[in-house]
Design a protein around this ligand. Structure first.
Ligand code: SF4
Ligand code: SF4
Length: 375
């Protein structure tokens, strides 16, 4: 059984199922596989599930209702949901949205409710719509047990946010060994802000959208001296090894992944000196590869007027840089632009960049993809 959660007694352990990456079947959720994952997580003594209204095109909440809520006693699991900017425009929209989320999940309260993807510009909208006040009222009514934020801004803005919103009980940040020192993502600096304020940290993207579990060959070679070591395991132990980390969310979408993570997170062993040194070398190796830091979250896709499969196109660019050859061009031409826009169809509206939590210069990157594949 996992260790006790040091911050929230109702959470068992520090590993949670991130439902943004629920296994898919066609346009929806792979229900049989997701049922296995839910059952396995619960059987291994963990109980935290993180979703949002837009995950899996709105189907993650209802999948959790059927596979978790309707099959387990309410007090046996901890459910986190989020208020996402795409689903409200005015203060009056928020309560009906919240009620629809409760109904979709089949619960009458959320254990955690997070203001989703907070950064400076979105915070202004949340403030204008009195979202924080509404969440506080919902908490007072017992419909939210804990209130927090998921965060994609700068460390300086996080300081301001925590000053202005003292009711925040947890901050969910992107946190992994590549992003820790990154001057754009500022994971390390955001972590330090949370520590200085004593606010528990919930980690998202510990394996950076799976990419730290599938290291490029040159980077993987740096782990050689460690022998037969799990890449994903190192990334999870890195994140779990920081004081103040209350939760590590993993988008586990196979039984093997879940088994491995569950075992490892029971009592995550701190990284050894040799492991830390190897991760430093992996980081250095990444720097030389000039890869695009897209995590595949797909937040940018729905609003693209040119219907470009942006993360897939960017993955083709990364693949081409890593391996050369003609495979990436084949996939670009025949798979990712089939009935979709090409990189050269981008009308440079900027919608995608506004949606991108990684703050990627997508227009510029697509211009590069167009030069690579469309000429
Ligand atoms: S800038 Fe280009 S890729 Fe981005 S949403 Fe607009 S058309 Fe799509
Ligand atoms: S480009 Fe940004 S928003 Fe789009 S999938 Fe990649 S990380 Fe997510």
């Amino acid at each position: 059984m996992p260790e006790r959660n040091p911050f929230f007694p109702e959470i068992s352990g520090r590993l949670g199922l991130g439902c943004m990456r629920m296994p898919r079947a066609g346009d929806g959720v792979d229900m049989p596989l997701t049922e296995k994952l839910v059952d396995l997580l619960m059987a291994r003594g963990y109980n935290y599930f993180d979703t949002a209204h837009g995950y899996v095109d709105g189907k993650s909440e209802t999948a959790l209702r059927r596979l978790l809520v309707e099959r387990y006693p309410r007090e046996s699991f901890v459910l986190a949901d989020k208020l996402s900017t795409a689903f409200f425009e005015r203060q009056e929209d928020i309560r009906p949205l919240f009620e629809s989320q409760l109904a979709a999940c089949g619960v009458d309260y959320f254990d955690f409710y997070l203001m989703h993807a907070q950064r400076e510009d979105l915070y202004e909208k949340f403030m204008a719509c009195r979202a924080y006040e509404t969440a506080a009222a919902l908490k007072a009514e017992g419909k939210i047990r804990h209130f927090g934020v998921s965060f994609h801004g700068t460390a300086a803005f996080l300081e301001r946010l925590l000053d202005e919103q003292p009711g925040i009980e947890a901050v969910q940040i992107q946190f992994n060994y590549l992003d820790y020192p990154d001057p754009v993502i500022q994971s390390g600096a955001c972590y330090e802000v949370c520590r200085a304020r004593g606010v528990p940290v919930f980690v998202m993207e510990p394996v950076k959208g799976g990419s730290l579990a599938r290291l490029p060959q040159a980077a993987a070679r740096e782990l050689g001296p460690l022998g037969d070591v799990s890449q994903a395991g190192l990334a999870l132990r890195y994140a779990a090894g920081f004081d103040g980390v209350a939760m590590v969310l993993s988008g586990m979408n196979s039984v093997e992944q879940l088994e491995e993570n569950a075992a490892l997170m029971e009592r995550p062993a701190p990284l050894t000196e040799a492991e830390r040194a190897a991760l430093d070398r992996v980081r250095d190796s990444y720097r030389t590869m000039d890869l695009i830091g897209c995590t595949g979250c797909r937040y940018c896709v729905d609003g693209c007027p040119a219907r470009i499969a942006i993360p897939d196109v960017l993955a083709c660019v990364n693949n081409q840089r890593l391996y050369g050859g003609d495979k990436s061009a084949y996939y670009y031409q025949n798979v990712y632009t089939y009935k979709r826009g090409r990189a050269s169809d981008c009308v440079r509206c900027g919608q995608c960049e506004h949606a991108c939590p990684q703050r990627l210069p997508i227009r510029e990157l697509l211009a590069g993809a167009a030069a690579m594949f469309d000429t």
